[in-house]
Design a protein around this ligand. Sequence first.
Ligand SMILES: *Cc1c(COP(=O)(O)O)cnc(C)c1O
Length: 357
Amino acid sequence: MNKVYNFSAGPAILPREAMEAGSRACLEFNGMGLSLLEISHRSKEFEAVLNDARAIVKELLGVPDGYQVLFLQGGASLQFAMVPMNLLDEGETAAYLDTGVWANKALKEAKLFGNAKAVASSKEQNYTFIPKEYEVPADAKYFHVTSNNTIYGTQLQSFPASAVPLISDMSSDIFSRPVDVSKFGLIYAGSQKNMGIAGTTLVIIRDDLMGKAKRKLPSMLDYKLQAENDSMYNTPPVFAIYMALETLKWVKSKGGVSAMQKLNEEKAGRLYAEIDSNPLFKGTCAVEDRSRMNVTFVMNKPELEGAFLKEAEAAGLSGLKGHRSVGGFRASIYNAMGVDGIDALVSLMRDFSKRNS
Ligand SMILES: *Cc1c(COP(=O)(O)O)cnc(C)c1O
């Protein structure tokens, strides 16, 4: 079979090296004569995996002292609820920047627990840009932002200064660029976009934000208890954590998050340049807010979109169909997508345009 480039938004492309390591670990792990899938999560072999995964997260992102790195379950969607459950008491205020479907879902969950409100929203403009004029109430317990809007193709190019703890859903761009963790109270990310397979959720939380809520929390949903138990209060998702470790080892081998940023800027730059110069295509978002992870675009002749998708599939360019709320196309170009994938897409866009002008 010819090479297939995976442009899917998530679960998404993974480094070949990580998948090979995962395949081997399924059959036999560490010379034990057993699969990683059948050993105790309390074994010294798995404890080493968990410790290494925690350590490489800290190393790649430069996580300072005073933060806990947790591997939880329930996806980013459970964090939408866990954040307010742990940080927002009834009657207290929390601020949200409403920049997309995921941001809006996070806000909706927070409203179950306290006085959560959007300080700004681009919903009326179908989330085509990131609002920049707003005020965060001084009494807010935290300010929640979505660093990359996977569906709409916008991304915070820099993070707002915040007097209250800044919380970010980084599900679709974590490890794609350096971030100054010390500026955040809490960062979370589902693993299946840019750091592995579905099944675990990375949470980086500042110590002083744990154990504060007045309400009683179920054990599994209590950050403090999860931290005290080193993410092993119950059986953790062993394979998802292993795949995160192997994916992050690959990131490290390529030069870490600064190298990823350079690569991602190069890839996104090439693709946006084609979108902007090709008469058949156009971008869907404000140029200054364009995402380097999820590139959304449509055609000036929408009647040709179906034909382009068909040709793309035939050419081994998979997963390019846009989300139903944007239409057109979405090229998700996470860390593991190489420049060759971008070049293959650009070359098809050029060729298709020539034949259809
Ligand atoms: C995919 C995604 C989610 C949802 O993640 P789950 O792990 O499926 O709950 C949340 N936020 C963002 C930004 C996403 O891209």
